[in-house]
Design a binder for this molecule. Structure first.
Ligand SMILES: NC(=O)c1ccc[n+]([C@@H]2O[C@H](COP(=O)([O-])OP(=O)(O)OC[C@H]3O[C@@H](n4cnc5c(N)ncnc54)[C@H](OP(=O)(O)O)[C@@H]3O)[C@@H](O)[C@H]2O)c1
Length: 296
């Protein structure tokens, strides 16, 4: 039977939308707390953080988005219980990737400390270290898991071959794969990522679902893609961003949309919009407009 839920191990169905904390660079704990609380109130469960977040978007440096989340958890202890907490490690500025055992272990332990939690619910390798043996990465992940520091494992920006290699050394499932995917970036549709997710029951997490906002501003976008999205939005009596999200949610691999907006009202409107699936004629219209050519 084809499952219709995004079931993530012991956490069960984690819903259609998560929030990404990459742009949560506010220096105000109260503002960050309100953002997290209102997102959870709107029905989001999944929070997606990373040790590198805070290094840009006006943040105060690597680790600062995890530190801020830690402060939010101190300000309201109930919030930790209400969320499924994902974070990522493996990017080391200046290297740029290092997943050798001691480095990956330290990254994970630093993340735990910064967020003030005993366990990370879902730990992603952020980008593959091209010079790490997957057996060594797997061994570190197994150790962190058996020590109770991480519950589940995911990969981000991995090719299918890199995912297959890591998975072959793990005695447990990789539960999530986090590629960039949006109406403007169709890679996972054709590079095998979604196919491998469906083969193995892995949940795809779509990052930058609005292409970092450019699908709304139109910057560096094909005009025919914006025209197609707006025509479809008019027909469904909804907005362009809702069509961008429904495009992602329509894929049979059942991706989760990682919302990047820092505005609580935009999070609530995305989560509350009942449009979750587009007819194939609209999906293919978006694909053709995105690729700038008719499908054969
Ligand atoms: N694994 C990876 O390598 C990777 C890489 C990048 C991102 N990510 C994850 O994906 C998450 C989302 O990425 P993203 O921030 O690029 O997502 P996005 O949703 O594509 O872009 C969010 C940006 O679009 C803006 N925006 C403009 N108009 C909007 C509208 N009508 N509705 C909503 N947003 C609008 C937002 O501004 P406002 O805040 O003003 O609404 C925000 O700056 C990140 O937080 C992170 O968790 C992962």
């Amino acid at each position: 039977m084809v499952t219709s839920q995004r079931n993530l191990g012991e956490f069960g169905d984690i819903g259609d939308f998560g929030i990404g904390l990459w742009r949560m660079t506010t220096p105000s704990v109260d503002e960050a707390r309100k953002y997290i609380e209102s997102s959870l109130d709107a029905g989001v469960r999944l929070l997606d953080n990373a040790d590198i977040y805070g290094a840009n978007w006006g943040g105060s440096g690597r680790g600062s988005c995890e530190e801020m989340l830690g402060k939010v958890f101190v300000a309201d202890k109930s919030l930790r219980q209400r969320c499924v907490l994902a974070t990522k490690g493996g990017i080391i500025p200046g290297v740029p990737y290092d997943q050798s055992s001691a480095v990956l272990r330290k990254s994970c332990e630093d993340s735990l400390r910064r967020m003030g939690v005993d366990r990370i619910d879902l730990y992603f390798i952020h980008r593959p270290d091209l010079f790490a043996h997957p057996a060594e990465v797997a061994e570190t992940l197994m150790a962190l898991r058996s020590e109770g520091k991480i519950a589940e494992v995911g990969v981000s920006n991995f090719t299918v071959a890199q995912y297959d290699a890591l998975r072959s050394f793990l005695p447990f499932k990789i539960v999530a794969s986090q590629p960039e995917y949006s109406a403007a970036n169709l890679g996972p549709l054709r590079d095998g990522t979604f196919d491998s997710c469906m083969r193995d029951g892995v949940i795809p997490f779509a990052w930058s679902p609005l292409a970092g906002g450019r699908l709304l501003t139109g910057e560096s976008m094909r005009p025919e893609l914006i025209t197609a999205l707006d025509e479809i939005a008019d027909r469904h009596a909804t907005t362009r961003d809702a069509i961008c999200y429904a495009f992602i949610l329509s894929h049979p691999s059942r991706p989760i949309v990682l919302l990047g907006s820092q505005r609580p009202e935009r999070i609530a409107s995305a989560v509350n919009n009942p449009l979750r699936e587009l007819p194939k004629i609209d999906l293919y219209k978006i694909v053709a407009a995105s690729e700038g050519k008719k499908l054969p």
